[in-house]
Design a protein around this ligand. Structure first.
Ligand code: AMP
Length: 270
């Protein structure tokens, strides 16, 4: 793959879209952005064991290679890179990338090592595919900031493009994990976005503090034992440091909830 990309790069620009597969319209929107930016588009599909914790869903993460290839072929993607785990991490693999600070809050609190796994695999994918552009979704906002930080700190010659969150008609952010939701869990799952929208509305008209924001969000979460709030946090959009004061378009309100066994994340900029 690296040899192919080095050859392409002599004449053309490359955009890469890293994914874990089981592609939905959110992923495909990223692909379209990549196609507009560069003459050759590469999608990578790799369920990266390094970014999953011990009790997480790496083994059972949804996979649909044939369906994914069909969708990507229909879009006219030039290359799909689908390496096996042993090819990415052969025996004796010893290096990890750790991005400080921006990986501390939000999901970093409950998923230690997760962003090290993300940064490591993305750096490898960049080295392999040599992209001019790489597209990431704002759905995984902390991941986006982590990658941007790594690119800046390590002087990587790639431009990171951020894509807006693509949602289902009912507002639920698209995610490969949504298929885990049982039919009865679908309605409770909508509380996540409803809570964030309520926060956004209040921020438009006033200046609530962090406690008030948490209260507004919690008020939208029905009392239901299937729903467990992991976090709701207000952070600076760039540094991901907890916010004390609010400035327009400067604050990210991000939340993670469990609906049954399914962990969902979402965010809005306020
Ligand atoms: P994943 O396959 O979940 O690792 O996601 C691959 C890329 O797609 C990441 O950059 C995600 O942020 C992005 N992505 C996933 N879901 C969405 C969505 N609903 N809207 C926009 N981007 C998304």
């Amino acid at each position: 793959m690296q040899a192919i990309c080095l050859r392409i790069k002599k004449k053309s620009s490359i955009a890469v879209v890293p994914t874990m597969g089981h592609l939905h319209d959110g992923h495909l929107a990223l692909v379209r952005i990549a196609q507009r930016k560069a003459s050759v588009t590469i999608v990578t599909i790799f369920v990266n064991p390094l970014q999953f914790g011990q009790n997480e869903d790496c083994q059972v993460y949804p996979r649909d290679e044939r369906g994914d290839l069909k969708k990507l072929r229909r879009l006219g993607v030039d290359y799909v890179f689908m390496p096996k785990v042993f090819a990415m991490y052969p025996e004796g693999f010893k290096t990890t990338v750790h991005v400080e600070h921006v990986t501390k809050n939000l999901c970093g609190r409950s998923r230690p090592g997760h962003f090290d796994g993300v940064a490591t695999v993305v750096l490898k994918l960049f080295e392999i595919t040599r992209p001019d552009f790489a597209v990431f979704g704002k759905k995984d906002y902390q991941q986006l900031v982590t990658i941007k930080t790594m690119v800046k700190d390590l002087d990587l010659p790639v431009r990171i493009l951020a894509a807006p969150i693509v949602r289902e008609k009912d507002g639920l952010a698209m995610s490969s994990r949504n298929i885990y939701l049982k039919p009865a869990e679908r309605r409770p799952a909508l509380a996540l976005y409803r809570g964030l929208l309520a926060v956004k509305k209040v921020c438009r008209n006033g200046h609530p503090d962090r406690q008030q924001i948490e209260k507004i969000f919690r008020n939208q979460i029905p009392k239901d034992k299937r729903i467990k709030l992991e976090y709701i946090e207000c952070v600076n959009v760039r540094t991901l440091e907890p916010c004390k004061t609010f400035k327009r378009n400067n604050t990210l309100v991000a939340a993670a909830v469990f609906i049954g066994n399914t962990r969902l994340i979402d965010n809005v900029v306020v």
